[in-house]
Structure formats: structure tokens, C-alpha cells
Design a binder for this molecule. Structure first.
Ligand code: PMP
Length: 308
């Protein structure tokens, strides 16, 4: 996939041309994968003629939590990151659906136990909705296990965690599927390489609980909130893999992925083998929420241009 390069990147609070946003090969980030990051989206509202960053503060709070757990000692704050994100979108003149990536990493040339110097970068690229949001995907239950909380905590978003997801996703694609579903060390359903998972059965919406070896996903929380608003019964608990095969509907969620129907798992059709009605209702509610249509929840939308 070829990508258009962004004009500007934020590097340690300064907006620099794309080519200047580099780091050294001797940094612990390169040597040991010592980074934490966030992926979030901004949505253009035609009605309001403004760009909204979705749940910016929640993403920044999680980033700060990830830094705390890895003992990064930074000389910048979450508020600095929020301000730089807004400024970057303005400078790049983005007026379309976009994906933002914020990475905080160990710079310098220290070893595994280093706590600094800590650098950060923010990039933003226009990224429209993927076709799979409408069509759905076919998944494989991976033979790779989700690493346990006392091995490498999946709860936080650190770069190294994504080696686990890569192993699972690569295998799934190699085997002819679109995506992997990863079980935890107890053999219960955890999540995808970059998404959380939900299923619907007998009218109830179920998702693995936060102790199942998953990221504390912001979209998962958004979907639970929206479902409750629509009067859908929800439950967070341990999930068996066979519950997914037996489900009427399955879908995966994430800031980048949005809400993606799963129409087949391991060659077994889910429900009618097509995106289900509850999934479609939640997708509609989600796309309304991110673009400011209907009820606006406090803190969910940060205006980029009118907030000036
Ligand atoms: N799980 C993993 C492993 C992820 O990488 C992501 C994407 N950040 C998610 C779940 C979904 O999280 P969020 O809704 O906060 O984007």
C-alpha cells in the first residue's frame, strides 16, 4: 500500500518537515523496541465545517499510563501532546477523516533500564473508512497465545507488545484469512492484533473483560456506552472460543479499524455469514458519535479549527 507522505510531523513539540523526523539507531527505542504509542482518529464534519479528534484526552491519558508502567521519565506533559496534536492537524490542513499516531520513545543511547531521555512524535495521515467496515472479514483463531499480564502487559500500548500481534496476523493472512483472533493463556478469547472483539447472542452484546489479556480499548468502551444508550444488554466476562462460532454476530473494534463485522471464523459462517443487524446499528451510532451527530458526550470531540 503506497501512502502519501505527511508534510509535517511533530518531534518533541516542534513541527518539522517529514524528512527531519528521525531518531538514532543506538536509541533504546530501536535496540529494544522501547516505545509506547497511540493511534486515534479525527473526523471531518461537513455540517459543522470542522475536524473533530475523537476522545483525544482518553488516548493521551492511556499514553501517560503506558509511560508510567514502563518508567519513562519525560519532561513533557499530556497537555503538551494534546496541544501539539491540534496544531499538527491545522498545519497539515487536514479536512478529512484522518489517522493520528503519537509515539513516545526512549531516545539517547541507554540500555534496557534507561528512563530517559524521552522523545515523542506525532504524525497524521488522511485515512478514509476501509471497505471491510461494510463487507466484513474472515478470521482465524490463532495458535499464537496472547501474552499474559505478568509477561508483557497487554493492558498498555507499548511497541514490543505488537510482536505478539504480528505473529498472529502474519499467520492468519498467510493461511488465507483476513485477520487473527488471539486466545489468552487460559484459552479464553482475548482480542485481535489491533482490535477488541464483541459478539451478539440471543440479543446480548458480550465482550471479554479487562482481565482477559486485552488493551484497555477506547473504542470498546465507546461501543459499550453506545449499546447501553440503544437499550442493548451488555456483558463483560470471560469468553470461550466456541461462543464465537455459535454467535449470531461477531465484530472487532478499534480507533483505526472502527467497527468491522466478522462474517466467518475458521471457515464457520457467523450467523448468516453477513454483517448483522446489531452490528449495523452500532456502526451507525458510532459514525454519528464521531462526527457529532445526535447526543454529544463530554470530552469525546475536540474541535480542531473552531477551537482556535
Ligand atoms: N487491542 C489492541 C491490541 C490494539 O492495538 C487496539 C488499537 N489501539 C485495540 C485493541 C483497540 O483499542 P482502541 O479502541 O483504544 O483503539
Amino acid at each position: 500500500m503506497s501512502k502519501t507522505l505527511p508534510k509535517f510531523i511533530v518531534l518533541n513539540g516542534k513541527i518539522v518537515p517529514y524528512g527531519e523526523a528521525t531518531t538514532h539507531v543506538m536509541s533504546p527505542a530501536v535496540k529494544y523496541g522501547l516505545s509506547v504509542f497511540e493511534g486515534l482518529r479525527a473526523y471531518w464534519s461537513e455540517a459543522d465545517q470542522d475536524l473533530y479528534i475523537f476522545r483525544l484526552k482518553d488516548h493521551t491519558d492511556r499514553l501517560v499510563q503506558s509511560m508510567k508502567l514502563l518508567r519513562f521519565e519525560a519532561d513533557f506533559s499530556g497537555a503538551d501532546i494534546d496541544a501539539a496534536t491540534i496544531e499538527l492537524l491545522r498545519r497539515n490542513g487536514i479536512k478529512a477523516s484522518a489517522h493520528i499516531r503519537t509515539t513516545v520513545y526512549l531516545d539517547g543511547m541507554g540500555e534496557q533500564q534507561a528512563t530517559g531521555p524521552v522523545s515523542y512524535s506525532i504524525s497524521a495521515l488522511e485515512r478514509p473508512r476501509a471497505a471491510k467496515v461494510d463487507k466484513g472479514i474472515r478470521c482465524q483463531i490463532s495458535s499464537w497465545m496472547r501474552m499474559a499480564d505478568n509477561v508483557m502487559p497487554p493492558r498498555i500500548k507499548c511497541g514490543g507488545n505488537y510482536v505478539n500481534g504480528r505473529l498472529a496476523r502474519y499467520q492468519a493472512i498467510k493461511d488465507g484469512y483476513d485477520e487473527a483472533i488471539i486466545l489468552n493463556t487460559l484459552g479464553k478469547v482475548a482480542e485481535g492484533p489491533g482490535t477488541c472483539i464483541f459478539f451478539v447472542r440471543r440479543g446480548e452484546l458480550v465482550t471479554p473483560d479487562l482481565a482477559s489479556g486485552i488493551l484497555e480499548s477506547i473504542t470498546r468502551e465507546t461501543v459499550l456506552t453506545l449499546a447501553q444508550g440503544l437499550g442493548i444488554k451488555t456483558s463483560e466476562r470471560m469468553v470461550d472460543r466456541t461462543e464465537l462460532y455459535a454467535a449470531d454476530e461477531v465484530f472487532m473494534v478499534g480507533s483505526a479499524a472502527e467497527i468491522v463485522p466478522v462474517v466467518d471464523i475458521d471457515g464457520i459462517a457467523i450467523g448468516a455469514g453477513a454483517p448483522g443487524e446489531t452490528t449495523k446499528r452500532l456502526q451507525a451510532a458510532y459514525f454519528d458519535a464521531v462526527t457529532g451527530v445526535g447526543t454529544r458526550r463530554p470530552g469525546w470531540l475536540t474541535p480542531v479549527y473552531k477551537g482556535r
